[in-house]
Structure formats: structure tokens, C-alpha cells
Ligand binder design. Structure first.
Ligand SMILES: [Fe+2]
Length: 494
């Protein structure tokens, strides 16, 4: 559909034009992660009073932040989408007006490469070089954005440092380590309990016991414990309920001997090994973890987790066949992107803490990922998730926003239109809202016909009606990873 042949292979461009603001060095690299929707941009821009089609609601006040990879320099070897330097794009909404800015995250590694004028670290496709400063991979902080104690923080999927970002200017404020008390690396999807302010984190690595789990209390005190896994694992997310956290151990892992020989981590799906979820009391230790076994799979993102009587319930986007081999139906880009196939369906797992019984079931067959909820419902039984449909042909893109009702299984859907792709779309509560879906969802969209980008605002209760406002942005927003909403009080408190 959108694939066309260019000098350097297939492009996602419908027009065949090179996307604007892309750096010249991409021209020499035939890699789909660097072209079309994925092409990095070279500009840091700020613009106020953006043109609005429709009407921006007066009770939409706050900021939409989205993180994602945006390489400064040509890669050192084969590039993967996960490797790019973190860049944040943001739109601030206030009184019916909107302003936009984007800025790179100034990490320690990015500063080193800036000084060198070139890439120093190769990416996740390896081979790994352990002699490099700080380790074989650069902590780009390119993955997630969270609001922690009122502060905006950027995080890296592979377990990295908490990087504090000024929510008004996007300037990097520096690494936050709670006055030296949090020295370990933590994973991108560590979470804050909205009821208590506890920050629940985990991290993982290649050395036994392979996982670390902990909680930072609002008073700054820290609880942490090692978690023993059977080997090096790559869990991406965690479940959180008021009393428990749910740790993930999926049967997708690399062979340490092959890694030692080649310096390459090649994740392999082991369909004969069960998925394991470890339920740990919030302030528990390794010995307290109760492991429950389920059908083999992989999961990037949890929708939500809660307690029902003796049961812990987890809803997530389950990938039933997380193999890296390309599907025969995939085009060339899909084959290359197959490492991030994003094939997932909504799924429910139940673990009974009294009886040890488990059950699981598929909730829907729509291929959908990057789920968002109303953040006030984190850890509590909720009804709605807003997530993205992922087309089979271009597996790392979002062509439709979907609202799924966990209570009755119904969906609403808004298709962005041919050649138009969205970004993770957080829920933005209406000022004074009480109901779970009383608010808006916001998403960047980029149109591959002319490489223009906009931000859309939809009524969270009625997304199928389409956007109530569309704000034209001054430049292209490349495809990216995770997003966050920060209410106006949070932005202004800085
Ligand atoms: Fe993620």
C-alpha cells in the first residue's frame, strides 16, 4: 500500500519524497528504521499559538509529551529503531490555545557523542563491545515518560537512569537518583501508584540473580530486593495493585553461550517453556514471590492489574508467537522490523493467591498495542483502555485509535486515514472530571503524503466521532514510543 521503491530501497512515503528535516546522512543507509515515518529530524523547534481546526476545549489544560528515538549521528553499525537518541515532542494546551516544542534529551552518552562528533556505541543488534564507557549500549532515555512526584522523567527500556526533564522547556535537568539512594538502573515501565505516591520499579541485567525490584516511598525511603530468575531475561513491563506487584518471566531469551561467542543477543522463543508471573507483596523480598505458570507468550505492555477477592487479575497485550522470523506475508520493511512485530491481542490472566489456581483467556482478536488508561485507575479495576491498531503490512505503525471496554468487550475505533499514522495516545482528564472516561485522548499524527504532522484531540468517551480539534504542527513528528499527560498544575508547579 504505502511501500514504494526508492534509490535506497523501500520507503514508507506515498509521494516518494524524502521526509523534510531528515539528516543528509540517512541517504547513504538503506535501513527502513531511518526512512519515511521513522526518519529522524534535525531541528529543535518551539512555536506558540498554533493553528487549530475545530475547537480546543477550554477544560483541556496540561501537556502531552511523547518520547522516541531520533539519532544525532549516523549509526556505527547496523541500526535498530530502539537505538536512536531520545527526543521529546510536546504540545501544551491552555485555554483553547496550543504551543509545541521538541528537544533532544541530553544524556551522558549523547554528550560524549556530541563531543566526538560521531556515534561511539553500536546499537542493540550488536556485536556488543564491553570496553566502551558505561557499557556496550548507550542509555538514550528514549523510551518512556512518567510523572514522578510531580516531575517529568524520561526512561530507557533496557534499564537506565531516571532523567528529569523540565516540563515547560523540555530542557534536561539531569539524572535523578534520590540524593544518591537509587543507584541502580531501572526499566522504562516502572510505575507510580496514584493512591500512595509509591514509585514501583524493576530492573534487569545479564548477571545473576538477573532482576531487581523495589519501591521508592514519597518520603524518599527506598525498599529494594534482588529477584532470582532462571537466566537473563528481558521483561518490559510490570503489574501493580494496591498490595502486590506482578513480575514477568517470559520464555523469550537469548542463549548466553551464543552471546559470549558472537557478542549478539538473539532472543529466541521457547514454546515449550511456560510464561511465569511472580506476585510479590509491594514491600516483599525474593522469598515472598509466588510464581504462577501460564501458556508461553511474550508481552510488552500491561493494560492494568487489580485485585478481586483472592485473585490478582492482569490485563495486557499478549503476543502468542514472539518469534523473530519474518512472516511470509511481510514486505521487506516488515521483515526487517520483525524484531518488533507488535503482534498482540488483549488478554486476561488470573492468579488465585488462596488456592494457587490460574486461568487465562483472550479478550479480543484485534491486533493492538500501546495501551493507555486513565492513570487514576492504575491498580484498580477499570473499564476502558485506549490503544492502537497495528496494520499487518507495516508492523511498527499505528493506523487507528481504538477504545476497548473491558466490561462488555465492545470497541470504538477511529481510523486516521490512508497513509496517516498516530502515536501513543494518553488519556487527559477534563478539568473537574470524575468518571473514568470523562476527558480526552491526544495523539500526534503524521501524514505520509506531505509529511505534515498534527496533534489530534478526541473525546475519550466517543472516539469514533473523530477529532474535536486538530492542531497543525510546525514540523514533522517521527514515529516514536511512549507518551504521558501532565495536568496544568504539574507543568506550572515547575
Ligand atoms: Fe514500552
Amino acid at each position: 500500500m504505502l511501500e514504494i521503491t526508492t534509490r535506497y530501497g523501500k520507503s514508507l512515503s506515498a509521494s516518494g519524497l524524502r521526509p523534510d528535516l531528515a539528516p543528509d546522512w540517512i541517504d547513504a543507509i538503506d535501513n527502513p528504521y531511518l526512512h519515511g515515518l521513522f526518519a529522524p529530524i534535525t531541528a529543535e523547534t518551539a512555536a506558540a499559538d498554533l493553528p487549530v481546526e475545530g475547537t480546543l476545549p477550554a477544560d483541556l489544560r496540561g501537556a502531552y509529551f511523547r518520547n522516541g528515538p531520533n539519532s544525532r549521528f549516523a549509526p556505527k553499525n547496523r541500526y535498530h529503531w530502539f537505538d536512536g537518541d531520545g527526543m521529546i515532542h510536546a504540545v501544551w494546551f491552555d485555554g483553547g490555545r496550543a504551543r509545541y516544542a521538541n528537544r533532544w534529551i541530553d544524556t551522558w552518552g549523547a554528550a560524549k557523542e556530541q563531543d566526538a562528533g560521531a556515534s561511539i556505541w553500536p546499537g542493540v543488534l550488536g556485536p556488543f563491545d564491553f570496553s566502551l564507557p558505561g557499557g556496550p549500549l548507550k542509555d538514550t532515555a528514549n523510551t518512556d515518560l512518567i510523572v514522578l512526584n510531580g516531575r517529568l522523567m524520561a526512561l530507557w527500556y533496557e534499564s537506565g537512569r531516571l532523567v528529569a526533564i523540565d516540563p515547560q522547556t523540555l530542557a534536561t535537568e539531569g539524572v535523578s537518583d534520590f540524593d544518591g539512594r537509587l543507584r541502580q538502573r531501572i526499566s522504562a515501565h516502572s510505575k507510580t501508584d496514584p493512591a500512595t505516591g509509591d514509585f514501583i520499579f524493576f530492573g534487569y541485567g545479564d548477571r545473576p540473580p538477573y532482576m531487581r525490584y523495589g519501591v521508592v516511598r514519597p518520603d524518599g525511603s527506598i525498599h529494594h530486593t534482588d529477584i532470582t530468575l532462571p537466566g537473563p531475561r528481558r521483561p518490559h513491563d510490570i503489574g501493580v495493585t494496591p498490595d502486590y506487584s506482578i513480575l514477568h518471566d517470559f520464555p523469550v531469551f537469548f542463549d548466553p553461550a551464543f552471546f559470549k561467542k558472537t557478542g549478539k543477543r538473539v532472543p529466541i522463543f521457547h514454546p515449550d517453556v511456560p510464561t511465569r508471573y511472580g506476585v510479590i507483596p509491594r514491600f516483599g523480598t525474593d522469598a515472598d514471590v509466588r510464581w504462577f505458570e501460564f501458556e508461553p507468550c511474550y508481552m510488552l505492555h500491561v493494560v492494568n492489574t487489580w485485585q478481586e477477592g483472592d485473585e490478582v487479575v492482569m490485563i495486557g497485550c499478549r503476543n502468542a508467537d514472539p518469534t523473530l522470523r519474518p512472516d511470509r506475508r511481510d514486505g521487506r520493511i516488515a521483515a526487517m522490523l520483525s524484531g518488533i512485530k507488535l503482534r498482540a491481542n488483549l488478554h486476561e490472566w488470573r492468579m488465585n493467591l488462596a488456592t494457587g489456581a490460574t486461568s487465562e483467556r483472550s479478550l479480543d482478536d484485534l491486533n493492538a498495542e500501546f495501551p493507555m488508561i486513565n492513570g487514576d485507575w492504575l491498580g484498580r479495576k477499570n473499564r476502558y483502555t485506549w490503544l492502537h491498531h497495528i496494520p499487518h503490512e507495516i508492523p511498527a505503525t499505528f493506523d487507528a485509535l481504538v477504545r476497548y471496554d473491558l466490561t462488555d468487550g465492545t470497541t470504538q475505533r477511529y481510523d486516521y486515514g490512508p497513509g496517516i499514522f498516530g502515536s501513543e495516545a494518553p488519556f487527559a482528564p477534563r478539568i473537574g472530571s470524575a468518571a473514568e472516561d470523562d476527558g480526552y485522548v491526544v495523539s500526534f499524527v503524521t501524514d505520509t503524503a506531505d509529511w505534515s504532522s498534527s496533534v489530534l484531540v478526541l473525546d475519550a468517551a466517543d472516539i469514533s466521532a473523530g477529532p474535536i480539534a486538530r492542531v497543525r504542527l510546525p514540523q514533522r513528528v517521527p514515529a516514536g514510543f511512549h507518551a504521558a499527560w501532565m495536568p496544568a498544575e504539574g507543568v506550572q508547579a515547575r
